[in-house]
Design a protein around this ligand. Structure first.
Ligand code: FAD
Length: 310
C-alpha cells in the first residue's frame, strides 16, 4: 500500500502505539490493536526507543499490526546506531514484511552532545535508506509546526523539512501542536518553501493532566493555548500548599475524582475541536497518538464523526 496515494486522494486515519514495557502489556496489545482496527485505519505506527533498546518488542508489535490486517509503519532513529547496524535492522524489517518507516533522528541521550551514532540528522537517514534500499520503503519524516525544540529558527527547521523531501521522503507526520494559529502559519510556510509532501497531523488526545503537562513542557516545549490552560487550571490536581491536609499531613483534595473525570471530558471535547480545525484546513491525514488506550480513542473518533468520513 502506498500511503501517500491514499493521502493525496482523501484524508487518512491512523494510530500510533508503543511497545509496552511489561509482559502483561504485551499480552493485552493485540486486543487493543484489534479494537483500533475496527475503524479500518490506513496504518498503525509503532514507536522505537531511541538507542534501539526495544527493537525486539517493536518488531513484535509490527507483526501484531500486520496480523490484524493493517499496514505497520515502524518508527526508526539514528541514536547510537551505526550504518551497518541500521542496514541490517532495516533489511530485517523488509524480510518481515514491514516496508513503511518513519525516519527520525531521536532525542540526543542525556549528557551527550551528539547522537552517538554514524548520523547526526534525520536527513542523513532518509538519504541512506534511499541509497541502500531504493524505493522498497515508503518514508515518513517528522515535522514540527512550532519548530523543533532545538532548531535555530522556524525557517531553518522548514528548510530541513524541504531537505528531507529532496533526499527522498514521502510524507510528513507532525509533532503535536495545540496552537492552531501557529499550525496554519507553518502550513503556509512549508508550502511556500516548496514542500509538497502530504501532511499527516499528529493529534495528542488530552486525557490526563500530568501527561499533558509533561508532553508539553518537559518533552517538546509546546505552547498551550488559553483554552487548554483553562482546562488544566479549572481541574488543578497538583498538591496545593494551602489545601487541607490529610491525617499524614499531605495536601488533600476532596474533589480529586471529580476533577479527573471533568478533565478527561473537557480534554476530549478540546481534542475533537482540534480535529475539526485540522479537517477544515484540508490536511492529508489525522494520526492519533493512541497511547495504547483504545476506549478513549474510540470515544474521540465516534464523537468527532471521523469514522463516517472514511
Ligand atoms: P531532525 O530532523 O534531524 O532535526 C533535529 C534538529 O536538528 C532540529 O532542530 C533541526 O532543525 C536540526 N537539523 C536537522 N538537520 C540539520 C542539518 N542538516 N543541519 C543543521 N541542523 C539540522 N523519538 C523516538 O526516540 N522514538 C520514536 O518512536 C519517536 N516517534 C516520533 C513520532 C513523531 C510523529 C514525531 C514528530 C517525533 C517522534 N520522536 C520519536 C521524537 C523525535 O525523535 C525528536 O523530536 C527528535 O529530537 C528530532 O527528530 P527529527 O527526526 O525531527 O530530527
Amino acid at each position: 500500500t502506498k500511503l501517500t496515494d491514499i493521502m493525496n486522494e482523501r484524508m487518512a486515519l491512523s494510530f500510533e502505539v508503543f511497545p509496552p514495557k511489561t509482559e502483561k502489556g504485551m499480552e493485552n496489545l493485540p486486543g487493543t490493536i484489534e479494537h483500533l482496527c475496527k475503524y479500518q485505519p490506513d496504518y498503525i505506527s509503532c514507536t522505537y526507543g531511541a538507542g534501539g533498546g526495544n527493537v525486539g518488542a517493536n518488531r513484535e508489535v509490527c507483526q501484531m499490526i500486520k496480523n490484524a490486517g493493517t499496514t505497520p509503519v515502524t518508527h526508526f532513529t539514528v541514536i547510537k546506531n551505526t550504518k551497518e547496524g541500521m542496514k541490517d535492522q532495516l533489511q530485517q524489517y523488509l524480510n518481515e514484511g514491514v516496508d513503511h518507516v518513519l525516519a527520525l533522528r531521536g532525542d540526543i541521550p542525556l549528557g551527550e552532545t551528539t547522537t552517538c551514532g554514524d548520523f547526526q540528522y534525520a536527513t542523513d537517514l532518509v538519504k541512506f535508506i534511499r541509497d541502500e534500499f531504493g524505493d522498497k520503503f515508503e518514508i515518513a519524516v517528522a515535522g514540527s509546526p512550532e519548530g523543533h525544540i532545538a532548531c535555530r529558527s522556524l525557517e531553518s527547521d522548514i528548510s530541513v523539512l524541504k531537505q528531507k523531501q529532496d533526499n527522498g521522503a514521502d510524507y510528513i507526520m507532525t509533532q503535536l501542536c495545540w496552537d492552531m494559529e501557529q499550525f496554519k502559519y507553518w502550513l503556509d510556510a512549508i508550502y511556500s518553501a516548496g514542500v509538497t509532501m502530504p501532511v499527516d497531523v499528529g493529534v495528542m488526545p488530552i486525557l490526563d493532566q500530568a501527561a499533558t503537562i509533561n508532553m508539553a513542557l518537559s518533552r517538546n516545549g509546546c505552547v498551550m493555548d488559553h483554552e487548554l490552560c483553562k482546562i488544566i487550571s479549572q481541574n488543578w490536581l497538583f498538591p496545593n500548599p494551602f489545601a487541607a491536609k490529610d491525617a499524614e499531613g499531605k495536601p488533600f483534595d476532596m474533589f480529586y475524582d471529580d476533577k479527573i473525570k471533568r478533565f478527561r471530558e473537557a480534554g476530549i471535547e478540546y481534542t475533537i475541536k482540534q480535529i475539526d480545525t485540522y479537517r477544515s484546513l484540508g490536511v492529508n491525514g489525522i494520526h492519533l497518538y493512541a497511547l495504547n488506550k483504545w476506549k478513549d480513542v474510540s470515544e474521540i473518533i465516534d464523537r468527532a464523526g471521523l469514522k463516517t468520513l472514511i
